[in-house]
Design a protein around this ligand. Structure first.
Ligand SMILES: NC(=O)c1ccc[n+]([C@@H]2O[C@H](COP(=O)([O-])OP(=O)(O)OC[C@H]3O[C@@H](n4cnc5c(N)ncnc54)[C@H](OP(=O)(O)O)[C@@H]3O)[C@@H](O)[C@H]2O)c1
Length: 385
């Protein structure tokens, strides 16, 4: 029986994780849950899974939750202290980190430091502070296990053999809803259109990242830290059908690909039980009826975010944290209809161009860079008006 703490339980990955746990009650016990503000959904989850500890983002939300569950069985906390308490709770051996954005960094880092294995969906934590997380995991002898479908695919292909004989890894990208759009069309797209992803049902931030291709940029940085592979050996191809999730090319020219339905329950279950495979409700792949699987180069002129991510990775140090923070602010402003779709990447580029600092890598320096970039992004957006 694996005891699991889950942060981000009310989100797309969080609810899929709970479905996996529900499908295998003999394998998984959920001992801690945390979310932001969705009191109604987390109350249902508490009644069903009976965790010992639960946390919401604000005192008000926590009080609302406490009034509708049995607090003799489940302790309710709130804020960043509560989030870290769930992530590090002694009763859990594995944390599923499924918060969206930079808010996931501290609890994820604390869990690794506290000796938990981390099933990581919160790619932003690894983008901001990959060096620190990987160092901490190797110190505690614990694993950072990918939940992202592309990285899960690579891990499944490598199957514990590391990078020996690997020439490159190829991450696939669906291309998002605006794949064929011209620059002129992109200037007019609305948040509503951007939130309509053709293949995956995800939270709003990652869906916009997917539309700009920043999601793939974040995943390139994530792959670098998870597999210890140099950026020049990581390639991205557009594959609109989202059936092949990644490929690994070996020095003899052999390419191994991982195929499955685009359903996150597969990679989540593998992160929790791999290399053992669990049966689940993911639909079988209709191989004979699948039709064409197509591939093409990403167009970095129309979608410059991918190039920015390679640049941030090459510059290293605090630049990926700066890029991530600027992206979070710009995505939020786009969702609020304050800036256009192309202004998302323009804002990030401006903020990265203005950052000329470096510092020894520490949580403090990463959080400082994150704050700096958020303020700089707000200023850059003000100037756009
Ligand atoms: N969705 C996918 O298919 C997918 C695939 C691969 C990787 N990922 C990654 O997984 C992460 C989560 O994505 P998602 O699509 O599941 O996002 P989502 O649906 O927006 O869910 C985000 C979750 O985080 C919680 N949350 C947000 N801010 C919080 C805070 N300050 N404190 C506590 N909880 C907070 C939300 O709570 P409330 O809703 O209650 O406010 C919600 O439970 C992202 O890093 C994303 O890039 C997602």
């Amino acid at each position: 029986m694996k005891h699991i703490a889950l942060i981000g339980s009310t989100g797309s990955i969080g609810t899929a994780t709970l479905t996996v746990c529900e499908e295998h009650p003999e394998r998984f016990r959920v001992v801690g849950l945390a979310a932001g503000k969705n009191v109604r959904l987390i109350a249902e989850q508490v009644r069903k899974f009976k965790p010992r500890l639960v946390c919401l983002a604000s005192e008000k939300a926590a009080a609302a939750l406490a009034s509708c569950i049995d607090t003799r069985k489940t302790r309710v906390m709130w804020g960043s202290e509560g989030l870290t308490a769930v992530a590090t709770m002694p009763a859990a051996e594995t944390l599923v980190s499924a918060i969206s954005g930079a808010a996931g960094l501290l609890p994820t880092f604390s869990a690794i430091r506290a000796g938990k294995d981390v099933a990581l969906a919160n790619k932003e934590a690894l983008v901001m502070a990959g060096e620190l997380l990987v160092r901490e995991a190797s110190r505690s002898g614990k694993q950072i296990i990918p939940v992202d479908s592309e990285h899960s695919a690579v891990a499944q292909i490598l199957n514990g053999r590391g990078l020996k004989d690997v020439r490159r890894i190829i991450l696939t990208a669906s291309g998002g809803p605006f794949l064929g759009f011209s620059k002129k069309d992109l200037a007019r797209v609305t948040p509503r259109q951007a939130l309509r992803h053709p293949r995956w049902k995800m939270g709003s931030k990652v869906t916009i990242d997917s539309a700009t291709l920043m999601n793939k940029g974040l995943e390139v940085i994530e792959a670098h830290w998870l597999f210890g592979i140099a950026p020049e050996h990581i390639q991205v191809v557009i594959h609109p059908q989202s059936i092949i999730h990644s490929m690994v090319e070996y020095i003899d020219g052999t390419v191994l690909a991982h195929l499955s339905q685009p359903d996150m329950k597969g990679p989540i279950a593998y992160a929790l039980s791999g290399p053992e495979r669990l049966s689940n409700t993911v639909k079988p792949l209709p191989v004979a009826a699948m039709g064409n699987l197509t591939f093409r180069e990403p167009d970095v002129k129309r979608f410059p975010a991918l190039g920015l991510a390679y640049r941030a990775l090459a510059e290293g140090n605090l630049m990926p944290a700066v890029m991530n923070a600027a992206n979070e602010i710009a995505v939020q402003k786009f969702l609020e209809k304050r800036i256009s779709f192309p202004a998302i990447t323009k804002t990030i580029e401006k903020v990265m161009g203005a950052f000329h600092f470096s510092a020894a890598m520490s949580l403090e320096s990463v959080l400082w860079a994150d704050r700096w970039a958020r303020m700089e992004a707000e200023k850059a957006i003000e100037k756009l008006h």
